[in-house]
Design a protein around this ligand. Sequence first.
Ligand code: ADP
Ligand code: MG
Ligand code: MG
Length: 212
Amino acid sequence: DRMAADARLRRVIEAVCICLTGAEAVLTDMDQRVGDGDLGISMARAAQGIRDEIDEWPAETDPAAVLRAMSATIRRVVGGTSGPLYAILLMRAAATLDAAKENGVRAWSAAFSAAVEGVSELGGARPGDRTMIDALHPAAQALQAALDGGKNQEAALAAAVEAAVQGAAQTASMKPRRGRSSYLGDRALGFADPGAHAVALWLAAVRDALAT
Ligand code: ADP
Ligand code: MG
Ligand code: MG
């Protein structure tokens, strides 16, 4: 029902915020190796901004409106490349949810796929370019494939997280073609992409929050 769905979305958002706040040090460290070191701060600022504002969001009964509010907050408080990319991710997810007119796991899976496509369009990154896309794209694919194969929500989310974790790990052997890491060239090899790792972390938080 509607009330339960709203409480669940809120629980997921709060879990993601806790996860990103807790990941500040590791993301800072990773981005210092292959970028400029601000990703930890950016993700923690996003989490804090959302926590500060979540109680004021007016249309909390509408999940798409909640995603749009998150998008606006992130666009405002996050500098760097991640800000606009996460802002468009959430906007695209919201637009797809609106069009779906339902709020089940299949609608969310379609929204996730469209969101990843939005990030690709804005940032120009494809799988293999060593960006957050290398976690997002396989995760969206795995989620959809699991649902198409008849898996339940819990199993499908587990598959998505596994794909994101693997995709993030694989970035360590990818040559950077986008963003600041591209200036490093082969010197980035051996270190995973911080943005892809962040995706694997928050997606695991989503899975855990929905399992409880
Ligand atoms: P920066 O400090 O370089 O502006 P952030 O630290 O906010 O950017 O984010 C860095 C992460 O953003 C990278 O680890 C990568 O995953 C992701 N990224 C960078 N460029 C792109 C792009 N063009 N498309 C998708 N993701 C990107
Ligand atoms: Mg950075
Ligand atoms: Mg920066």
